[in-house]
Design a protein around this ligand. Structure first.
Ligand code: FAD
Length: 576
């Protein structure tokens, strides 16, 4: 019997973070929902208890149904029959089990038949699902698209679609096209208004759409004829019951094989406008993608968890030179690094989810009543932090998932290269995490703004450095403070050159340094709350961070800007 919540004490640790009291109070509107729903919590302890219960149910279904199906789903995969996706049998069983367990519409309000859980809990279920099967995690977590309908749709749309999602309808986000990937401003799928039938019509092609044969689609389309940029794009809802979208093919992929990645054709498809015209990309997709990026951070963390468990189990079991390989420093060093990166990933994942929770719930409350000055300031603060931490965490966690799954194969030696162990699946599955929902390079483009404007630095100084830590952590705390001093010199060293190509060139290193310091502080805080669980990871991670930042410092300070020309591969050079 395995329960992916109960067997992982790190999850409970994060569910019990001090900020959860404020999040639950906001989410439950000071526990007034209890007046209308007899199952709504009456106070914080009751709320936390209900979050735990749902996590236990999720942990059970994921551990008992999703995880055992994962290998077969990876081998069988989905197929296309008559333009419709047919899931692998295990995937269909997983969807049925999670729906029956009430795990759809987790974060939606009770009036739309959701469970009204905070983002932290939804993300925790995604973290567990990815540990079991990263491909299934995608299908299940796309329920988060309902958040966009809740935020930007009208009341009729909310009443029509959200209860369906809570009852198990699946969703997809149809953004990417052959010529519009990272650059979504280039989307060309055409939306025209059909006066006779009083609805919008969609025509065109989308590609790489996860779960593209879902029940309810959010579609980004060009509603303003003659426009070429993001201001001509709007968001639409397509209901599969209306028909018109066909699956031309599904991609043959390297990983997440259970998750169908579809090419879709739209022929005169009836669709509803969601929100206002022209705000599709600028406002709605930005919000949708921020939520999805948090989901991919969770997916990456779940994969790192799976890799860590597999690495340690194998290293204890496998014997060479008369002893278990875990006794060799070369092996236990790899395992300790995996664990430190895993714990660091989880720390920034839940920190970001908490920031998102506070600001999103306050935004929601603002639709019901005026916020007071303190609440307005709180909303502004957490929105900015969520904006800064989402790309940072997406970049760090997804790169770490790749490193961790790679190292787990290494620990398995030749066996890791075979299909006999799940680590090769983890490795293949992890590879997409730093590509979709914005590549790491695009996360750097978003995060560098917060490096240059000092968002991370001021948060470290005003919050993390102010935390009173146990005396045994003071040494580590001083070492991290020294890293901050180095960072404080490196940022102006680059920024003050006012040489934009050079700033863009060094951006990844500066963002990585910010990530290393942030994760160090978060692990210090976790170790302060539970030294036994996180003390070793804090020690190991800070050492890794010191090594990384020393390399970054050397690279940045010794780099000759004139040498940029050697990196630019012009046509002439490649032809030559
Ligand atoms: C398995 C899978 C599932 C997917 N699911 C969905 C889905 O459900 N819905 C959806 O809409 N899309 C989905 N996508 C699409 C995905 O989001 C895009 O593939 C991704 O955003 C990258 O776009 P691209 O593939 O066109 O690469 P490109 O944009 O062509 O990028 C190629 C390279 O150029 C770099 N690059 C591009 N622009 C810049 C820049 N400004 N600065 C620095 N570097 C840059 C990139 O980092 C990358 O290294 C999925 C893709 C895959 C593979």
């Amino acid at each position: 019997m395995s329960n992916f919540y109960l067997d992982n004490p790190a999850l409970k640790h994060h569910l019990h973070h001090p900020l959860m009291r404020r999040i639950a109070e906001l989410k439950e509107r000071n526990y007034t929902d209890a007046e209308n729903y007899d199952y709504a919590p009456v106070d914080f302890e009751d709320a936390l208890d209900s979050y735990e219960k749902v996590m236990e149910v999720a942990g059970d279904v994921i551990g008992e149904v999703v995880a055992p199906n994962a290998e077969e789903v990876d081998h069988v995969g989905p197929s296309v029959v008559n333009n419709r996706v047919v899931y692998a049998p295990g995937t269909a069983e997983n969807l049925k089990a999670t729906t029956q367990a009430g795990l759809m519409g987790l974060s939606m309000p009770r009036r739309y038949e959701g469970l009204n859980l905070p983002m932290v809990a939804f993300i925790m279920a995604s973290d567990m699902a990815a540990r079991a099967d990263a491909g299934f995690c995608n299908l299940w977590a796309l329920q988060d698209c309902a958040e966009t309908i809740y935020e930007f749709g009208d009341e009729a749309q909310k009443q029509k679609y959200i209860p369906r999602v809570c009852a198990g309808a699946t969703m997809s986000m149809d953004l990417t096209e052959p010529d519009a990937g990272s650059d979504l401003q280039a989307v060309m799928l055409r939306a025209t208004y059909d006066e006779a039938n009083d609805c919008w019509r969609l025509n065109g092609v989308k590609r790489f759409i996860t779960n593209g044969d879902s029940d309810i689609h959010l579609v980004l389309a060009r509603s303003e004829e003659g426009t070429k940029d993001g201001r001509g794009l709007s968001m639409f809802i397509y209901d599969k019951n209306d028909g018109g979208v066909n699956v031309r093919r599904i991609e043959n992929k390297m990983g997440i094989k259970g998750s169908p990645t579809c090419e879709l054709t739209y022929k005169n498809v009836k669709a509803e406008l969601c929100g206002s015209r022209k705000l599709g990309l600028i406002k709605y997709v930005m919000s949708l993608m921020n939520g999805a990026r948090l989901g991919i951070m969770a997916q990456a963390t779940g994969l790192s968890e799976a890799a860590y468990r597999e690495a340690i189990a194998y290293a204890k079991d496998r014997k060479q030179f008369g002893k278990a390989i875990i006794e060799f420093p070369a092996v236990y060093e790899m395992i300790a690094n995996i664990k430190a990166k895993l714990d660091g990933s989880r720390a920034i994942l839940y920190e970001t989810a908490r920031f998102v929770d506070v600001y999103k719930i306050l935004e929601d409350i603002e639709k019901e009543r005026k916020l007071d000055e303190n609440e307005k300031a709180e909303l502004k603060k957490y929105k900015k932090l969520a904006d800064a931490f989402t790309p940072l965490g997406k970049a760090m966690n997804t790169e770490y998932a790749n490193q961790n799954t790679y190292d787990t194969i290494q620990i398995h030696g030749g066996s890791g290269f075979m299909k006999d162990y799940p680590c090769e699946r983890y490795y293949r599955d992890a590879r997409i995490t730093n590509i979709y929902e914005g590549t790491t390079q695009l996360q750097v483009v978003a995060a560098i703004r917060h490096v240059l404007t000092g968002t991370y630095l001021s948060h470290w100084k005003e919050v993390y450095q102010q935390e009173k830590l146990d005396a045994k952590l003071h040494g580590l705390q001083n070492r991290v403070a020294h890293l901050v001093e180095i960072y404080e010199k490196l940022v102006p060293f680059v920024a003050e050159t006012r040489n934009q190509p050079l700033i863009d060139f060094q951006a990844r290193r500066l963002v990585e340094a910010a990530g290393n310091i942030t994760l160090s502080y978060l692990l210090l805080s976790d170790a302060n709350r539970d030294y036994e669980q996180f003390g070793s990871s804090a020690e190991v991670y800070v050492t890794l961070a010191e090594v990384e930042i020393a390399k970054i410092q050397k690279y940045i300070t010794e780099f000759n800007p004139d040498n940029l020309k050697f990196y630019r591969q012009t046509e002439e050079q490649t032809e030559g």
